[in-house]
Design a protein around this ligand. Structure first.
Ligand code: PLP
Length: 388
């Protein structure tokens, strides 16, 4: 009889698994299900990046084990990207870790920094993977409510002193999944001051760092003076270049945290395929017009979604970034009951907000990951239910 470890048993339930199960079941009997529930980019990787991977795949050097913490040329490309996009100086040798998707880094960082009983602070609602690493490390989780009234920014003055004394790690994520909110310099300045005062390491999840609307480019945490003293930023190619299936991302910033991540990584996998590293370096440094087109596509979809929803009486402020919109559920429904109603009565999949934490209750998350026609159709079907 095989028994699972306590660490494994502590892992939170994968909430998307249930959503996928229900949607897949419905698809077996209905071919018109519209999926606005998951966060999987719907467009292909730009052709020039795919071509580079094909070419790089035939290089015999890459058929051997890659260097443990990744090729220098890739870390140099990340430094070039940060300088070009944010005018942030990064030392490629000590301030970049290569990850197989940032998901791995987000889980590993908790194992790197937390001991059993330590406290880590997470946004609520927030991306559930932060919880997983904290659970594996047997640490305690303190949730920072993100509410609309405060622009979905945490209110540090509300955190008890005792928590701040025990906290060792804190996660932030802007542009935010699930709310679509963006950060400002003031938030990051306050974060750095708090982190310094209480010796808290900061992880800023910048997965949607390239996706800002209304001509506002999202700001990097590392742009704020002092950021590298306290934290790192997780940056992925998954969303910026539609490369979610390629599994590549980076941790950038504080050299002690980067060293810790590299240390743990050496034990999990000794870096990723070299051909992929070459294609990723190319993606970061080649012509960026595909990124502009991608953002324009999401912005146009966002406008359609928000306008169509307003027509049926479902009103919400337009998200400033990411590819999600965070809609309130009508009175009398829980998030889950409302999501089920949309699934079974309108054949539209949305993500119930309670899957992102306690403060997600009362909301559903809709993704901008299908065509404008499908978004319109989805909202029209929801409108016919006359719930607003
Ligand atoms: N962080 C956030 C907020 C996300 O939404 C996602 C993916 O959905 C990730 C991280 C993981 O991205 P990656 O593909 O780099 O593992």
């Amino acid at each position: 009889n095989i028994t699972k470890s306590e660490a494994l048993n502590r892992l939170p339930k994968q909430f998307f698994a249930e959503l996928v199960r229900k949607a897949t079941e419905l698809k077996q009997t209905h071919d018109d299900v519209i999926n606005l529930g998951q966060g999987n980019p719907d467009q292909p990787t730009p052709e020039h990046i795919v071509e580079k991977l094909k070419e790089a795949s035939s290089n015999p050097l890459y058929h051997k084990y890659p260097p443990f913490s990744g090729y220098d040329f890739l870390k140099e490309a990340v430094a070039e990207y940060y300088w070009r996009e944010f005018q942030v100086k990064i030392d490629p040798k000590t301030e970049v870790a290569v990850l197989s998707g940032t998901k791995t880094g987000l889980v590993e960082i908790s194992q790197c920094l937390l001991n059993s009983g330590d406290t880590a602070m997470v946004p609520d609602p927030g991306y559930p993977d932060y919880w997983s690493g904290i659970a594996l490390a047997d640490a305690k989780m303190y949730t920072m409510p993100l509410v609309e009234e405060h622009g979905f920014h945490p209110q540090y003055q509300d955190i008890p002193d005792e928590t701040l004394e025990q906290a060792k790690l804190m996660f932030l994520n802007y542009p935010n999944n699930p709310t679509g909110a963006t950060a400002d310099v003031e938030l990051f300045t306050k974060t750095i001051a708090l982190a310094k005062k209480h010796e808290i390491a900061v992880v800023h999840d910048f997965a949607y760092g390239a996706i800002g609307f209304d001509a506002q480019s999202p700001i990097s945490f590392l742009e704020t003076p002092g950021a590298k003293d306290v934290g790192i930023e997780m940056m992925t190619l998954s969303k910026t270049y539609n490369m979610a299936g390629w599994r590549i991302g980076f941790a950038v910033g504080n050299s002690q945290m980067i060293e810790a991540i590299n240390l743990i990584q050496d034990h999990y996998y000794c870096s990723i395929f070299g051909g992929l590293q070459e294609a990723a370096a190319y993606a970061l440094t080649a012509d960026q017009s595909s990124v502009k087109e991608l953002v324009a596509t999401y912005e146009s979809r966002r406008n359609v979604l928000i306008e169509e929803a307003a027509k049926i009486g479902w009103k919400v402020d337009a998200p400033a970034g990411s590819f999600f919109a965070w809609f309130p559920v009508p009175e009398g429904f829980t998030s889950e009951a409302f999501a089920d109603q949309l699934l079974y009565e309108a054949r539209v999949v949305v993500a119930p907000g309670n899957g992102f934490g306690e403060y997600g209750e009362g909301f559903v998350r809709l993704g901008l990951l299908c065509s404008e026609e499908e978004l319109k159709e989805a909202i029209q079907r929801i409108g016919r239910l006359k719930l607003f």
